[in-house]
Design a protein around this ligand. Sequence first.
Ligand code: G6P
Length: 615
Amino acid sequence: MCGIVGYIGNRNAYDVLIQGLKRLEYRGYDSAGIALEGFDGQLRVYKAKGKVSDLEKAVEGKDVTGTLGIAHTRWATHGVPNNVNAHPHLSQSGSIAIVHNGTIENYGVLKEALIREGYTFKSETDTEVLVQLIEYVKVKNKCGLFDAVREALHQIEGAYAIAVIERDDPDTIVVARKSSPLVIGVGENETMLASDATPIVGLMDKVVYLKDDEMAVIRRDKPLQVLSLETNHPSDFDIQTLKMSVAELEKGGYETFMLKEIFEQPDRLRDCVRGRILDDGAQVVLSGVRDNRKRFLEANRVVIVACGTSWHAALIGKHIIQDMCKLPVEVEYASEFRYSGPIITDKDIVIAISQSGETADTLAAIQLAKNKGAFVYGICNVVGASIPRNTDSGTYIHVGPEIGVASTKAFTGQVTVLTLLALCAGQIRGTVDEEKVRMVGQALMQMPETVKEVLKLDGQIQQLARTFTYAHNFLYLGRGYNYPTALEGALKLKEISYIHAEGYPAAEMKHGPIALIDSEMPTVVIAPTDSLYDKIVNNVQQVKSRGGAVIAIVNKGNASMQDMADYCLEIPEVPECLTPIVASVPLQLLAYYIAKYKGRNVDQPRNLAKSVTVE
Ligand code: G6P
């Protein structure tokens, strides 16, 4: 949800910033802009509606020299996407430029006050209000940029990660953060800042994750200074080593990031379980769980909070944890949780699931749970993100950077980690026997090979996708563990193809959606041969007898479904709790190819952003 990047050093800042924006484009892609150090008495600001490539076109032939700059890729919150609303924004005199990720809640009041002071506004954004306020404070207090930014931020309510530069000082960038992420890359005589570490990879391998309510002053050829926004005293900061490689951020020969991420699932799931399953499957060790043994022993209940795809993983986690740990589990949308008067006690374990670790609603839910004394456990992909830093303990899914906006490998990684967590906690609680741990543990170790097998369906799914690009509506049905798989399959299709799709618990179909079924509306049924198979067969017959086409995901060798369904996609048999991992892969591919044949931009679907840092 908006990406910011900045550079100061000896390289051409424009090149570094454009590469950084491309890596951050998954955060928003409706407009982009760049501000380069003052030249001939002016900051050079270039902006374009659309993607970073549109900005590159707009800048052709312009002066892009210089070694300091800031840049932004936008996901609109205040004001439509256009050149005027695109960042960077300039102050009234043109002497200060800002890029901002977040939202300023009290911008209306501040704007009115500034208008009374003679300030005029070009854009509809909250960000322009902040840069004008910085200039106002600077002039009024006759102070430097750092003090002006700090004072202005004290008047701001909301969330921000900002980078600010000044026309008359080509050697300084001032940055600050509150509830929006900001990483600083520290190199030899050069420094970067970015919304996440991806723009820094390949240029510098040392990073500092700025904490909430901290500011930093980045000065050319001077050591980094980090200060508390509140007290203005220097803050301690850790310099960490970046483990990400450039290869992880590239498409690696695939036509899109999403396709790469679908196909790399075997390797990523291997990374996800590495070192966590011992004794030939009989022992599952998650240090985040083991180190908090008492909490898991004494817990009365688990509440899982998440958004989007992570929420679907949470629904699967509910089944697995209830089964292995014999603990009641509730699943809440993070965005609804704090408005539902949640009753949370210090005997609750609250699990927050998030690929990015930056989702604003999930962070707010975590805060509420902590305030009520719950033990908060994070399941996250992005190392160093806000969620792992704000939870009591947790587990990384370790599936590598996910860049396609529609989540794929993160989903299968989340379900894998939830399974590991349930097994590990179940062993501690004595609620799962060794045989079961071994059966599921071995199947998880085998999962890379199993998913490889599933990926062989690629050709068949491409053909199927061609058959169904005409459809305007899709229904996805599943039961038990695979009701959430149905939700996730429908979400994938919706997100990237813009076809309306609904996921439903199969038995609920007769209470409404059955009215929609006709020859124009295909139904995807997830029907592995599990404890609910016989029941789902009835649902398939109900669809067929109303003229609907059925695409069934079934286990290999299921002859009876071959007779009933119009198309069958065969997946290998795995323990029931792992069927969502295996069944979701063909659904990812089906959504992918339908979207591709409809000519959609699969990696950057309209209106969506990968990291939702606003409420
Ligand atoms: C956005 C993304 C989804 C993601 C959701 C939650 O909507 O487009 O792919 O599932 O946010 O994000 P999180 O990072 O918290 O898992």
